[in-house]
Design a protein around this ligand. Sequence first.
Ligand code: DX5
Ligand code: ZN
Length: 219
Amino acid sequence: MQEKLVAPSLLAADFANIQRDVEMVNQSEADWFHLDVMDGVFVPNISFGMPVIQAIAKHAKKTLDVHLMIVDPDRYIKTFADLGSDNLTVHYEACTHLHRTLQAIKAEGMKAGVALNPHTSVKLLEDTIQDIDLVCLMSVNPGFGGQSFIENTYQKVSDLKNIIERKNSKALIEIDGGVNATNARKLVDAGADILVAGSFVFKSENPTGTIKNLKETIA
Ligand code: DX5
Ligand code: ZN
């Protein structure tokens, strides 16, 4: 069975101490680094871009899971590959030719992810699920950390899991937004493989311990 993974989101890290926080994740039981790129157009916020990712990549020793909340992401696929991204996730709502975008991401040697906003039905992935390595279900409206978890996500996870099994796809299910100790186990039981956690990890008193507990909760 697929090991259940924890991906701390550096959006909630202390940007003035980014190297310290990257090292914390390196030393912890976390599996991936989740990096949120926002353009102020697709979402009403701007986070960080290439130079910051380059700085993080210099120190990060785990999978770089890059989540693009930007319009027309095709423009930057090669750039993010060159920066060392292992997974590149684009939004369904931001892609006119999703199938082509997925092929372009894979052609650059990365795993191809598709993120769905809370209002977007998982049924819309029926025709592309075999080409997708990772589906990121947004459990908050993208743009900000620290928002509360949308309960309808559990149903979406199990509906998506059914589609994946029915279509014989190997896609993993990632949950992004408002993940904490209360919903983690229930998400994994519904079929989730990867849990992104920003505030819950970085705003806690002992981030390393919080990651360890989260891993134990979903093991
Ligand atoms: C939200 C981002 C998330 C965010 C999660 O738009 O995609 O990755 O960092 O943060 P929390 O865990 O605080 O909801
Ligand atoms: Zn994210």
